[in-house]
Structure formats: C-alpha cells, structure tokens
Design a protein around this ligand. Structure first.
Ligand SMILES: Nc1ncnc2c1ncn2[C@@H]1O[C@H](COP(=O)(O)OP(=O)(O)OP(=O)(O)O)[C@@H](O)[C@H]1O
Length: 259
C-alpha cells in the first residue's frame, strides 16, 4: 500500500514546463525530504498532488486516484501545510487549529470529543498551548507557523505534505518539528516536506528526493543523494560532510569553485 503515488506528473504554468514527468511513490513510515534549488518545482509538486494546480499524469492518495476523489475525502488522506504562513482571521489560536478537523465534521457540526482531543494533542505537539486563547493574527511569524503546523496535525491524516515547514522557526523548534515528523513516520504515517536546510534534511529524513528544473535527479537515502557531486552540480556549493551521534552532518560552506 502506498500513501502517495505519482506517475508521469506533468505541470505547465504560463506555458512553461514546471514538472517534466515525475514518478515516485511514498510508503507508510517514510519521512521524505523534497529538496532542490529555488524554482526547482518543489511547491508545485506538493500543490499538484492536492489538485491545487492543473496537472497531467496520475496521482493516487491511499491507492485511489486523487482526481476522482472528493475534496473532503482527499483532506482525510493528506494534510497540506502551505509555504505562505499568513493567517487571515483574527480569531483565537484554538479556533484556527480546530479548522484542521473540518474534513471530519459533516456540515461543520460541533466538535466531538475526538476532535477536541486531536486539537489538544496538536497544540501540545507544537508547543502552542500557552497561545490557545490569543488572537492568531497577533502572533509572531514563527508562532503563526507553529499554529499552522498544529492545524495540519489536527487533520490527523496518514500523509502530511509540508512546504518549507521549518522556515521561520528557531533552532529548537526546527529540531522539535523534525523529531515530530520522524515520530509520525515511525508510527506508520508519512511526511513529505520541502526543505532548504540540507543539514536538517540529512539528519532527520529517511529519504530525499532531489528536484532540479522540474525533474527528479536523485531519490534515495540521504547519504546517496547529498553527495559532494550533487551539491556542486545542482546547488553550486561545496559543503562540509561529517557525522555526529551516528547521524550525518551536511553544512554548505561556500559557492563551488569552478572546474
Ligand atoms: N503561476 C505560475 N505561473 C508561471 N510560472 C510559475 C507559476 N508558479 C510557479 N511558477 C514557476 O514554476 C517554477 C517552480 O516553482 P516552485 O514554486 O514550484 O519552485 P520551488 O522549488 O518550490 O522554489 P522555492 O524553493 O523558491 O520555493 C518556478 O520557475 C516558478 O517561477
């Protein structure tokens, strides 16, 4: 059983090819880091999986063709954390997080005990319980980011698609989030997260997909994807490679020297 499978996914935006025939599948238990330079197509890939941009090819969520599934059912299979972190509504944080339960509430019925438990658990996991009654629009950028992750967690889906989830978070909350995604994967869920921080990607992801110019150029264990050759060829950087506590360290050091 795959939670997500993508076959020959093609996206054109403004008559420009953005994704050029992608193929991959994500199984339960995987924490997949989607990496690649600016403009590689990472956000477009996440958005096209959810039908948010027009695409050709086949996308299956939990085995069923996504295009043939209702939006509500899709939202019980995959949660999405968008790159934009603005919160439009001046309402209490708790209410924003509870929006994650919408796909589980027919006609937006009152929150059930299960809904409340999911909202509380998501707020606890994102360390935002203290903000519960604060107005969401009045939070800092990183605090808002954590509220939106909590909303996606409250959705309680087998698959989480997260676009740059660590952006704007301080180091402790970045690491806590990567730990959380790892533990979701250990519980049999899957996370696909676009990441620019190659150090976090190397250390925490079970698998990396490296995109460049709308194509998958490497897909596998972080140690096989984050090679000096790939970093030079795709990102144009030289990096330090090391190891600590049994996990890899990758830290970009400088622009690659020509030749
Ligand atoms: N609405 C659009 N119309 C035309 N081109 C678009 C549109 N949206 C995105 N693109 C182009 O598609 C390409 C991929 O964009 P995308 O946002 O998926 O990249 P990304 O890998 O997520 O980049 P970043 O790391 O900068 O967030 C870019 O060249 C971008 O300019």
């Amino acid at each position: 059983m795959t939670l997500l499978s993508v076959k020959n996914l093609v996206v054109e935006l403004g008559l420009r090819p953005v994704l050029n025939g992608l193929d991959f599948a994500v199984r339960p238990g995987e924490f997949v880091g989607l990496i690649g330079p600016n403009g590689a197509g990472k956000s477009t890939l996440l958005r096209s999986v959810l039908g948010l941009v027009p695409a050709r090819g086949e996308v299956r969520l939990s085995g069923e063709e996504a295009a043939a599934t209702s939006a509500r059912l899709r939202a019980t299979r995959a949660a999405y954390l968008a790159q934009e972190r603005e919160i439009a509504w001046a309402v209490p944080v708790e209410m924003v997080v509870a929006l994650g339960r919408s796909p589980h509430r027919p006609g937006l019925a009152a929150l059930t005990e299960k809904d409340r438990a999911a909202v509380d658990a998501a707020m606890r996991r994102m360390d935002i319980e203290a903000f519960r009654n604060r107005i969401a629009t009045e939070l800092s950028g990183g605090e808002k980011a954590r509220v939106l992750v909590a909303r996606a967690l409250a959705q309680d889906t087998p698959l989480l698609l997260a676009d740059e989830p660590t952006a704007g978070l301080d180091p402790a909350h970045q690491i806590a989030l990567m730990r959380l995604f790892s533990s979701l994967a250990a519980d049999g869920k899957s996370v696909v997260a676009s990441l620019h921080d190659l150090g976090l990607a190397a250390r925490w992801c079970s698998r990396l997909i490296l995109l460049d110019k709308g194509r998958i150029v490497a897909d596998g264990l972080p140690s096989t994807v984050l090679t000096p050759e790939n970093l030079r060829a795709i990102y144009g950087v030289d990096a330090f490679f090391g190891e600590a506590h049994g996990a890899p360290i990758v830290h970009p050091l400088d622009l690659a020297t020509p030749g």
